[in-house]
Design a protein around this ligand. Sequence first.
Ligand SMILES: [Zn+2]
Length: 352
Amino acid sequence: MHRLKTFTVILVILILCEAGIRPVFGETEVFQLLKELDASLKWEPFRRMGIISRGTDRISFMVGSPWILINYRERRPITPVSEDNGRLMFPDDAVTAIKSLLVMEPADPDRLRVAAILIDPGHGGKDPGTIGGYRTDGNAAAGKTVKITEKDVNLAVSIDLFAALTAAYPDKKILLTRNSDTYPTLEERVEMANSIHLGRNEAIIFISIHTNASLNSKAKGIEVWYLPPEYRRTVVSTETHPDEPEEVLPILNSMLEEEFTVESIILAKKILDSVIKEAGQKTENRGLKEESWFVVRNARMPSVLIELGFVTNNDEAALLGSADYLIQLSRGIYNGIKEFINYFETTVGFTQ
Ligand SMILES: [Zn+2]
């Protein structure tokens, strides 16, 4: 048995030498490591950055970086991971650190959880948002026009969503950026989100709710926006992480940014799918969109922006003027958030 093992090792070395690759002892190739740990890898080739995940634990690393980041919070020094002909090589000390984190630490007490949800009804007060309306007799000239204002639609859906989430999650902080016809500035909304105190392994999600308008009166439907993956944000700074050495910040930043983008896309998809499931027969699915919206861009957390429909489309404006339809939209958003929380808190998380 032992001899066979030695033979295999020599054979592997010969094959590697043949291929012109010099094997380095004291390193483990990433797929070997994943196999040993029964973990999965999400690899971002452009930034040469990866996340190893198992259960709810995630370990972020970057080629050449002398740190790994555990569950997006805690940093540990390692000998840098290297890349050799497309193979990711983990030095022994990194392997030991990762193994001890994934194998030794009981996952449950520290499991990642969504601790807070901030709902942001767009506009308000002096800023009405978009304005449209519908005619009570369809498009015929004889009818009466009912005005629909975005800030009211956003608020009605947000308040219903707030109530549903508060009832479902008494252990989470559910917050609104406004609960009446007032106007917090965009900066104030983001500041509210960023100032919520979170414990270790706790996350917050940010849901901004808006209503659409178009010069094309036929345009209708629901869309959900998230930040484009290539958009650079500063999520970590000397302000947010005063104890970290300054040279660490750009790396932490890339790692966290990657995480928020991935989570935002998943959150956006789950919300869109469940809103369409709820209201799809009455409206249209305009799909997921990428945009560097201010509110989405500056929130240091998974964040999405939902456009509920077009106040400039007669039929859709009539729907948006109906309390029942707004509850239906809210129910759809609620189901999507619930699915995201289940995924985030209990499932494997990242998949290939
Ligand atoms: Zn808006």
